[in-house]
Design a protein around this ligand. Sequence first.
Ligand code: G6P
Length: 602
Amino acid sequence: MCGIVGYIGKKEKKKLILEGLGELEYRGYDSAGIAVMKDGKIDAFKATGKLSNLKEKTKNFTSNGEGIAIGHTRWATHGKPTEINAHPHFGKHSYIVHNGIIENYREIKEMLTKKGVVFLSQTDTEVVVYLFEHNLENSKNAFEAFEKTVISLKGAYAILLITTIEPNSIFFAKNAAPLIIGKNSDEVFFGSSDAPLIGHVKEVCYLEDGQYGILDKNEIKLYLNAKKVLPIFKDLPQDRSFAQKEGFRFFMEKEIYEQSSVLGETLMGRIKDNEISLEEIDEHLLDGINAVKICACGTSYHAGLTAGYLFERFAKIRTDVVIASEFRYKDPLLTKDTLFIVISQSGETADTLEALKIAKNAGLKTLAICNVDNSSIVRLADTTILTRAGIEKGVASTKAFATQVATLWLLSIFIAQKRKTADKKSLKLEIDTLLKIPTSLHVDNAVHEKIKRLSKRYLHGHGFFFIGRDIFYPLALEGALKLKEISYLHAEGYPAGEMKHGPIALVDSKLFTVALLPKTMLYDKTKSNIEELSARDATILVISPEQFELADDFIKTKNSSHAMNEFFEMMIILQLLALEIAVRLGNDVDMPRNLAKSVTVE
Ligand code: G6P
């Protein structure tokens, strides 16, 4: 995801900014840029690809002496990863870097276009710098123009703006995207995370949502709702790997906790006026389509299986879900009335890529659900919906899965809208629930503590069954996969109703069963299946909003009226359970043995 660095002071600014951006590289990006203002003049450079390309471009540029600099690594959301779309974006006198998504950028762009502004890029960011310059025309000063600009923005943003009109200052604003100020006696730093500030400053101010202001090296003027507020500085821990993990023990843990905010990014701009709006999708994509085939591997396959239920139930479209490595050699029967969907976090998985090629060669319309823009799968598919999970470092996928499921849920509603298979009331219910999902994905500390304690009872035994029905069956598969991947314990996911057809033969007190028992879906049926296991003395951990008397262990979830709320809450519990068991076993949670994050071989 995007990264921001800023600096006011005497040091060599180009070097500082490039080093700072280097600290943010791990978040993933596809282009980068820098702007340096000195003596009222701004020099700017941008390059696609790695930071080394920007370093090469700026190798003859020096920036010693009093001045200001801003830098950015961009992870494309609006517009391709080209040099024009890279930040900083600029107007006549001003340059801006921005993380996040400006939801109302189209309205602003339309208004400014009518006034004669010509936009170069496809980004949402460029409108902000032009809006600021437009506001300058009828404001007392640059700060007033900036304040007016910030007030009219909707969405998520961390912004740094520099302008020759105010040559000693940086304007900044923060809402739903992180921005941090660090200060020494004669210099100021900005970062979109701690990492670039470590080693440079000892204290930092973590800006709050809605705050904006202007600072020079002597003074920070900070505002919230047009009222001046005092910046609060805190000690900055000086350990870099700690900073990248933002205080969590593992990247996987950080990524589990991040799911609430990244889901906000997945949804951003995609729900408008109580409708799903997917601007990436051509309006004719679904013309002549009567079926969907989904292909993927691993965790992405589990997201696909979940979508299979959502698509058939809600969008009323026949859906077939196949593991990509199986699809490749089964001489699949492909008909042109089928929309072929591939799901991949990395966009590079060889089996999924090959499956996509087969579908393309057969003349099918293809759609990728992917986390990495410009990856091989994205480049090959006719259409892509990016999941916007940000870079995922833990090999065991967590937030990528959550965003895939949310994207597929969005898509199922979108298809239902287009095919008119759902009435207004049920569409509204889906959209209202979807909008609240980021909130319901907050990790409950008490639940996490309980799982930490419980985990010690699940370290031995001869295996795990994860069971669930309907969409909770793919979730059970995913829970079992998470546990296998990082604990190296044997775990299998099963449809709860299938146990009696074979697997139940394995059951005894050393067989641990993790049972997903949602209230909104097949509660009584699943309960009976769990009772069958209990009767055979299985050790059972039940996850449910309803107390279950036969459970050996019980994790209570919230009461909810929608299955997807229960799905996401249980997903977090399963991820934390796998994490805590693996931690107790002393395993390398982020880099488990034998596994790779991106499997580019068959
Ligand atoms: C590898 C990873 C899994 C992942 C699978 C599919 O096996 O270890 O975590 O689910 O590939 O990856 P993709 O990038 O296509 O989603």
